[in-house]
Design a protein around this ligand. Structure first.
Ligand code: RB5
Length: 155
């Protein structure tokens, strides 16, 4: 499995620990930065990882900023990205199974490193279930592509 990982200036230490953790499990991790502790604008990393995921250069992405919020908002502006901020493993697992998330995000100021590892583990182990969820993913794509949603009363 090949993943891209990106962060801002407040999440360098957590990013490096997560990278090491995943590399020890045999995964290929592409670090798009930043590794410079001076102030860094998180949309840059969100966009870079988002593009790599959308272009299928990698199998998925991990984004970390202070809260995970800003960096995931940026990534979600790239067409085809479904980036989910999760602060616990249950949501991370369901974000794969139901929402077909292709990027997991979390906050270095919100959770500790052990929780971050559990979130990543659950997210990587889970698989998209398809089935009844696909119509909802298609609706999200329609909003993304068309800027509107035709069918808004479907069961
Ligand atoms: C940086 O101060 C902080 O705003 C950023 O890491 C992140 O939390 C934004 O969503």
């Amino acid at each position: 499995m090949k993943l891209a990982i990106g962060n801002d200036h407040v999440a360098i230490e957590m990013k490096l620990e997560i990278m090491q953790y995943l590399r020890e499990k045999g995964m290929e991790i592409i670090d798009i930065g930043t590794n410079d502790p001076k102030r860094f604008h998180y949309p840059i990393s969100g966009y870079k990882v988002g593009k790599m995921v959308a272009n299928k250069e990698v199998d998925g992405g991990i984004l970390i900023c202070g809260t995970g919020v800003g960096i995931s908002l940026a990534a979600n502006k790239v067409k085809g990205v479904r980036a989910c901020v999760c602060s616990e493993p249950y949501s991370a697992k369901l974000s794969r199974q139901h929402n077909n998330s292709n990027i997991i995000a979390f906050g270095a100021r919100v959770i500790g490193i052990e929780m971050a590892k559990m979130i990543v583990d659950e997210w990587l182990a889970a698989e998209y279930e398809g089935g009844r969820h696909q119509i909802r993913i298609d609706m999200i794509s329609e909003i993304e592509q068309a800027g509107s949603l035709r069918a808004n009363d479907m069961g």
